[in-house]
Design a protein around this ligand. Structure first.
Ligand code: FAD
Ligand code: FES
Length: 581
């Protein structure tokens, strides 16, 4: 059963510590009686009810790691079996053991807890690199199972794809399209792995068209095309335009007069804002709000009360000034298709979806388009005329604008449609098409509530896309109390003497400290929200964009990340770096 284990100054709630039991045990759909999983996000559930590992692999690891004390359960498995090697067992195979019938659903998930259990931090990567992951079973018929019973194969999975082959397709370089298509034809493959395979297939299509690199099956960050230039380059401010009381736009052009590379509609750039008086630059990201592909970029900045960069820009930026900018990045992009498009935004969150509206209008798209926007009142309604004109130019588009506190000059039916917020209740009444792709940008509470409402209304969850103007949600599997983390801050203890590490989304610059094992550990010491799972370069959960600089890896990633991205769990800065974190 799960227990709390101290680890790196934190507490991990984990069921990876298994003990052998004598006599029969009842195996049920979700658990063996007396067994439990600590973190149901990563383990357990119907598809991952029983974890299996082989004695032959025990012998392999004993030799490889020079260990002779590995007792059954050392790899966190429920069944330690003699036979059933990973390169023979196939996804979809059915086996009877005692009174229960099982089906193979997927390889083991790469997770740091097997390394924690074994005292080998790199174990998750080693299991993949040496093709010995082990696998999960689904319980088709519940029944009693006892050590010593025969394992009888009842049927072989369609496509005869072994656990080892499938694991290689996802985690190691060099899969073929045919392998991914075969995997997708196996009904027993768990839905999570099906999704990863579909993403791999989409990425293969986009690579044929010159698109992204890296493994999209592991992290959406790898679905973006490579950045158009490395690091930062100077752009010139050619135009400044007020958009509302608190939002103004900057038009940016290449300092050398050349055309800037086209960005995808929805992408953002990262700029260095130099404060007066020589303090270190503030690094901030801004979505591109103008029409993509015009050879220039437009960003639109909301002046936040007490906001350092936005006030600096409003007070001091002038036409002709230069701004250092990193290339467009991001995966919040308008997907191709013929289906309807819903663009929902609140406040300055209009910027990335406005670029999408521009792209649709430029292409004279016949897709049904819905522009839904929430503002406070007419003075805080940026792009009112521009979005109105774009919607009018499209053959099948409509717009509904909500003002939460209209003022006396605002005309209902002309400037805005209804009083109130763009919120779940009014959205449900709009008769939106359920086969749409939806793109949402605004405050977190706005996106959370509307995402839930749209999925509840019938949209496919994978078609509801959101952009966060700040740090994303953390993924810290099994760590207790992680949700209560403090706001990002300098790390405790004496400052490091290494190169500067900039966490762009958190607005934090920290000198590298050699006491840290990785950029991930430095981010954790600063309470910068991070995402990770294996912590040893195999799962790509920690993959993110590197805006500038370079890193050294140790250990090397099992499969390299996408161009312009890094894995922070196994890297240290090789000089000053700016991270999209
Ligand atoms: C992918 C992405 C896209 C983005 N796109 C856009 C965009 O299109 N337009 C846009 O405007 N922004 C955008 N942002 C947000 C932008 O990067 C900045 O975070 C934002 O402009 C605030 O920066 P700042 O330096 O002005 O505020 P900061 O100084 O970083 O302050 C952040 C917040 O803290 C508050 N604060 C600061 N100091 C105090 C204090 N002493 N007391 C109380 N409160 C305080 C500020 O009011 C502000 O709300 C985007 C961010 C990301 C990650
Ligand atoms: S956490 Fe798995 S690759 Fe970094």
């Amino acid at each position: 059963m799960p227990k709390d284990v101290p680890w790196h100054g934190k507490t991990v709630h984990t069921g990876v510590y298994k003990q052998t039991v004598a006599g029969p045990r009842m195996v049920r759909r979700l658990n063996i009686d007396g067994d439990g999983q600590g973190d149901l996000g990563g383990h357990g559930g119907e598809q991952r009810a029983v974890l299996v590992y082989q004695l032959d692999s025990y012998r392999f690891w004993e030799k490889k790691l020079g260990r002779d004390e590995l007792a059954p359960g050392a790899f966190g498995e429920n069944f330690t079996v003699d036979g059933l090697p990973d390169d023979e067992v196939c996804i979809g195979d059915r086996y009877r053991i005692g009174g229960a019938l099982f089906e193979v659903t997927q390889p083991r998930v790469t997770c740091y807890r097997v390394g924690l259990r074994m005292g080998e931090p790199q174990m998750a990567a080693l299991l993949v690199a040496h093709h010995r992951p082990g696998f999960y079973l689904r319980v088709i018929e519940e029944g009693e199972v006892e050590a010593g019973q025969d394992i009888v194969k009842e049927s072989t999975g369609p496509e005869a794809m072994s656990v080892e082959e499938l694991d290689r397709v996802l985690y190691l370089p060099g899969h073929t399209r045919e392998q991914v298509e075969r995997a997708l034809r196996i009904p027993a493959l768990s839905p999570g792995w099906q999704e990863s395979m579909k993403t791999l297939l989409d990425q293969d299509d986009s690579q044929e068209a010159g698109g992204s690199s890296g493994s999209a099956g592991l992290n959406a960050a790898a679905t973006a095309p490579p950045p158009a230039w490395p690091g930062f380059r100077p752009l010139t401010v050619t135009h400044i335009q007020p958009e509302s009381r608190s939002v103004f736009s900057l038009r940016l052009a290449a300092a050398d007069g050349s055309e800037l590379p086209a960005a995808l509609p929805g992408q953002f750039i990262t700029v260095k804002v130099q404060p007066e008086g020589g303090a270190p630059p503030l690094i901030r990201s801004y979505s591109l709000s103008g029409e993509p592909g015009t050879g220039t970029y437009r960003i639109s900045v909301k002046v936040e009360p007490h906001g350092a960069a936005s006030n600096e820009l409003r007070a001091h930026i002038r036409v002709g000034d230069r701004l250092e900018a990193a290339a467009p990045r991001g995966t919040f992009c308008l997907a191709d298709g013929d289906n309807p498009v819903l663009l929902l935004s609140a406040g300055v969150g209009a910027t990335p979806v406005l670029a999408m509206l521009h792209a649709l209008a430029r292409d004279r798209s016949t897709r049904p388009v819905w522009w839904l926007h929430g503002a406070r009142d007419g003075t805080e309604h940026p792009f009112a005329q521009e979005s109105h004109d774009l919607v009018s130019a499209l053959p099948d588009a409509r717009s509904t604008v909500y003002y939460s506190k209209p003022n006396s000059a605002d005309r209902q039916g002309v400037d805005y449609a209804a009083t109130g917020r763009l919120a779940p209740e009014p959205v449900r009444r709009l008769g939106l098409p359920t086969d749409a792709d939806a793109y949402l940008c605004g405050p977190t509470a706005f996106m959370d509530s509307l995402t839930a409402a749209l999925v509840d209304y019938g949209l496919d969850a994978s078609r509801v896309h959101t952009e966060i103007f700040g740090s994303g949600a953390a993924i810290t599997p099994g760590i207790k109390g992680a949700a209560a983390a403090a706001a990002p801050h300098q790390p405790a203890g004496p400052a490091g003497a290494g190169p500067q590490v900039s966490f762009a989304r958190s607005g934090l610059n920290v000198p590298w400290n050699d006491a840290q094992e990785s950029l991930l550990e430095l981010a954790e010491a600063c309470d910068v929200p991070v995402q990770w799972s294996c912590r040893t370069g195999v799962c790509h959960t920690c993959e993110l964009a590197l805006m500038s600089g370079s890193v050294d890896y140790s250990p090397d990633p099992v499969e390299p990340p996408g161009d312009g991205n890094i894995l922070i769990c196994c890297s240290k800065p090789a000089g000053e770096v700016v991270l999209d974190l």
